[in-house]
Design a protein around this ligand. Structure first.
Ligand code: SF4
Length: 66
């Protein structure tokens, strides 16, 4: 699964990295980065889906990769 963050629409609200620091981090200016080596085990998926749905600017997209 690929996680994409649209930094043009992100409002730097902190929700994603405060909620799921295993996946997201503050790159230093409030905009999130995604850890490149996230091991997406099933236990993280419910929290990730909740963060995606809760993002106030709908800036996080998930893509299945073959
Ligand atoms: S939850 Fe959305 S708006 Fe908030 S910091 Fe993360 S990507 Fe940006």
């Amino acid at each position: 699964m690929r996680i994409l963050v649209d930094i043009d629409t992100c409002t730097a609200c902190r929700l994603c990295y405060d909620t799921l620091p295993q996946v997201f981090a503050d790159r230093g200016d409030g905009i999130p980065i995604v850890w490149l080596r996230v091991k997406m085990d099933d236990s993280l998926k419910p929290s990730l889906l909740e963060v995606v749905e809760s993002c106030p600017s709908n800036s996080i997209q998930l893509e299945e990769v073959g």
